[in-house]
Design a protein around this ligand. Structure first.
Ligand SMILES: Nc1nc2c(c(=O)[nH]1)N[C@H]1C(S)=C(S)[C@@H](COP(=O)(O)O)O[C@H]1N2
Ligand SMILES: [Mo]
Length: 156
């Protein structure tokens, strides 16, 4: 069984769990992934639409500063650090014909304006909003190398 919820960390590092359906509800507008990704399957929402809905739900003022990066983490320990500017038109794939993704779930992120196709992270289980001016514009992706003691226990 693949994990079916996603943990969202605000810029203070406070976690909250969400589901693909809740993300779609918060975003408000659902569209076919093919509108943004050639050959894409199923339904998606705009990352920015979801972010606006999430901030509203959190009671964060719409004029609050934007994060500098989104860090996404996948169930297989793949992770990507994406500069906010590269998230224009980014899409969250969350369903196919109204059902959970058969693979790559709970959600997959597509970053059509990203500097690398490697940023299209599958099986996203955590999203972290970062405020890191010193690393503004920095991109990275790959398999996480270091794990905390808690994470090691969870992996067994
Ligand atoms: N969870 C997860 N997402 C991932 C990867 C991965 O290993 N694990 N590989 C990335 C890399 S390096 C690339 S190039 C693309 C490949 O996407 P594709 O399989 O749809 O071609 O997925 C990205 N997303
Ligand atoms: Mo890649």
């Amino acid at each position: 069984m693949s994990q079916q919820y996603i943990t969202i960390y605000d810029v203070e590092g406070q976690p909250a769990a969400t589901t693909p359906e809740d993300m779609a509800r918060l975003a408000g507008r659902v569209f076919p992934l093919t509108e943004r990704i050639a050959g894409g399957a199923g339904e998606a929402v705009d990352f920015g639409d979801w972010f606006v809905g999430w901030r509203k739900q959190q009671g964060i003022a719409s004029e609050a500063p934007l994060p500098t990066h989104l860090k996404v983490e996948a169930v297989d320990a793949f992770e990507a650090l994406i500069p906010w500017e590269q998230l224009a038109d980014a899409a969250i794939s969350f369903a196919i014909n109204g059902e959970r993704l058969p693979k790559g779930g709970p959600i997959r992120l597509y970053v059509p304006n990203g500097s690398s196709a490697c940023l299209n992270v599958k099986s996203v289980v955590a999203c972290r909003f970062l405020q890191d001016e010193e690393r503004r514009g920095e991109v990275s992706y790959g398999f996480k190398q270091t794990f905390s003691a808690d994470e090691m226990r969870n992996k067994r």
